[in-house]
Design a protein around this ligand. Structure first.
Ligand code: ATP
Ligand code: MG
Length: 571
């Protein structure tokens, strides 16, 4: 391919709209352009990268026995009403009406559609198991679309759905997808980690997320330095360190005047104690009524764990006025003693002998508060987020916290959708049974950005070879030197004939300009031919991720490049 025939509108300046490095570089490399918030055009080079990801995903899904389908982006509301999600999905679901005033949505995911298809087409155990997937556009009206392709509103997802006769079959399929995902992300050249993820009300360890490790990731993960335990921070279980004091009797609670002293830090400084001596009382509203959550002052509440414990989907901190109504005091002075709300305590709180809490009275706190003696805990559970100081819940080893970008998610659905939509089959005895389901997503367009978050330097993108839009960039020094031109034209033709993806920079530009663009685009192998290299019957080769150049004799050049490519693609 000739550079001059491509549309590669590179930018010298970093666009001010972009925060994330991948977003900046995708714009600067002329790979994407914004159309509207969270909605992007893919230009030829960006599309090439996207297609490479798709191809790897498709090959591995096919290899794992999944069958490709293509489902519509526009989905009728009736199926969502049937599954019960029309009312609970919220504002991320883009809804609209057609000319007959029928309600539709633009699919954010396809459980309803696929379950409807399967309930109509699958009737017998003989047709199962089945795993159907598609690579297709999704729309989610994200509250905060950001970081370019990482969190778009319109994006490309691979979504697969499995259908099995029983739980064992569903688990075997889950394992096959787990293995396929590992192959996919490894083939994409990504440095990733598989973590246990929250599986919501289904519970258990039936959900894994695949995280590309990058400092800029939105997700936090806890990873053990001694064993292979890793979990999303939302999910990572906290186990109490041995030897913590249980509740013991002591002096009665004592009010202390703490004028305008509200936050944990303020109270700790004012009373000359540590944040661990203080217990925060957080008042939340849920769809089943308000609750109080008790968390030690030096810990962070984990709202996912709270939701799972309470079995609720709505969990929001109560507003100022509501807190006053429920506690009788301004925000900052709530406490469990005398509070007429269900009280859920983190296990570190329940293990505390004496603590400082709000007094439910403006400008007062209570000292010497004992759980059980001074107030009733409705339930004690693990309700906080793990920290790097906590031990690994599996082996007790040390944890590190890492940042990651979620690029894949596998999930055991069980009977949730087959029950709601009555997707059944007839078993060997002719009895009607519900189908066991699983769902498996990959953020195809997010991978493009994640690869760049992980692979870049001051000069631009450093693509893994498997995802680069071209494998080789061929740069002639002085396009109008006939000898040079003849040589690169021949190399270009031979490389293309060998199936190597090569971009020949035929522009009449200074070498510096071409080198800069080649670096910006992240092309893995740069080959320079000029009068000087020809004098040695050689070309100068440079790997995008290396800092040194290599002179390779022209006669060896093509095998050398093909060897490098094969090595990087197949290890
Ligand atoms: P997130 O927590 O990042 O919002 P999610 O849990 O909502 O992700 P899933 O519903 O599991 O995501 O979707 C499957 C995959 O699709 C995710 O693992 C992610 O890679 C990708 N994805 C989800 N939302 C977006 C988005 N707004 N833009 C781009 N990719 C996305
Ligand atoms: Mg989401």
């Amino acid at each position: 391919m000739l550079f001059s025939r491509m549309l590669i509108p590179t930018l010298k300046e970093t666009p001010s709209e972009a925060e994330a490095v991948s977003h900046k570089l995708l714009l600067r490399a002329g790979m994407i352009r914004k159309l509207a918030s969270g909605i992007y055009n893919y230009l030829p080079l960006g599309l090439k990268v996207l297609r490479k990801v798709e191809r790897i995903v498709r090959e591995e899904m096919d290899r794992a026995g999944a069958l490709e389908v293509l489902l519509p982006a526009v989905q009728p509301s009736e199926l969502w009403v049937e599954s019960g999600r029309w009312d609970v999905y919220g504002k991320e679901l883009l809804r609209f009406m057609d000319r007959h005033e029928r309600q539709y949505c633009f699919g954010p995911t396809h459980e309803e559609i696929i379950t409807d298809l399967v309930r109509k087409e699958v009737h017998s155990y003989r047709q199962l198991p089945l795993n159907l997937y598609q690579i297709q556009v999704k729309f989610r009206d994200e509250i905060r679309p950001r970081f370019g392709l990482i969190r778009g509103r319109e994006f490309i997802m691979k979504d697969a759905y499995s259908f099995d006769v029983d739980e064992a079959g569903a688990e075997a399929c889950y394992q096959r997808m787990y293995d396929a995902y590992n192959r996919i992300f490894a083939r994409c050249g990504l440095n990733f980690k598989v973590v246990e993820a929250d599986s919501g009300p289904i519970g258990g360890s039936f959900s894994h997320e695949f995280m590309v490790l990058a400092d800029t990731g939105e997700d936090l993960l806890a990873s053990c330095t001694a064993c292979d335990y890793a979990a999303n921070l939302e999910k990572a279980e906290v186990v109490l360190k041995a030897g913590q004091p249980g509740p013991a009797a002591g002096p009665a609670p004592e009010p202390v005047h703490t004028p305008k002293v509200r936050t944990v830090e303020e109270v700790a400084a004012f009373l000359q104690v540590t944040p661990a001596d203080i217990v925060k009382t957080l008042i939340y509203e849920t769809e089943t009524g308000p609750v109080a959550i008790l968390i030690r002052g030096d810990h962070e509440v984990n709202e996912v764990k709270v939701k799972n414990l309470l079995g609720v989907t709505d969990l929001v901190l109560a507003g100022l006025i509501r807190v006053q109504e429920l506690t009788g005091a301004e925000v900052g002075f709530a406490g469990p003693v005398g509070l007429k709300l269900p009280i859920y305590a983190d296990q570190a709180v329940a293990a505390r002998a004496a603590m400082i809490t709000g007094a439910n009275r403006d400008n007062y706190h209570l000292k010497n508060v004992h759980p059980e003696r001074d107030f009733k805990i409705t339930e004690t559970a693990d309700l906080r987020s793990i920290t790097a100081q906590d031990p690994c819940p599996r082996c007790g080893g040390a944890l590190t916290l890492l940042r990651g970008i979620e690029v894949g998610h596998i999930f055991k659905l069980g009977l949730k959708y087959s029950k709601a939509l009555r997707a059944t089959y007839l078993d060997q005895d002719g009895k009607e049974q519900l189908i066991y389901m699983g769902c498996y997503g990959i953020g195809v367009s997010r991978i493009v950005a994640a690869a760049i978050e992980q692979g870049h330097d001051d000069h631009g993108i450093v693509f893994p070879l498997a995802l680069a839009p071209f494998q080789v960039c061929l740069i002639p020094i002085a396009v109008n030197d006939p000898e040079v031109w003849e040589c690169v034209e021949r190399l270009h033709a031979e490389l293309e004939a060998q199936g190597v993806e090569v971009l020949l920079d035929d522009r009449d530009e200074r070498p510096g300009v071409k080198f800069k663009d080649c670096d910006l685009l992240g092309l893995p192998l740069r080959v320079v031919v000029g009068a000087k290299t020809l004098a040695q019957n050689a070309a100068e080769v440079r790997h995008r991720s290396a800092s040194n150049n290599l002179m390779v004799p022209l006669k060896d050049l093509i095998p050398y490049l093909m060897g490098q490519i094969a090595q990087e693609l197949h290890g």
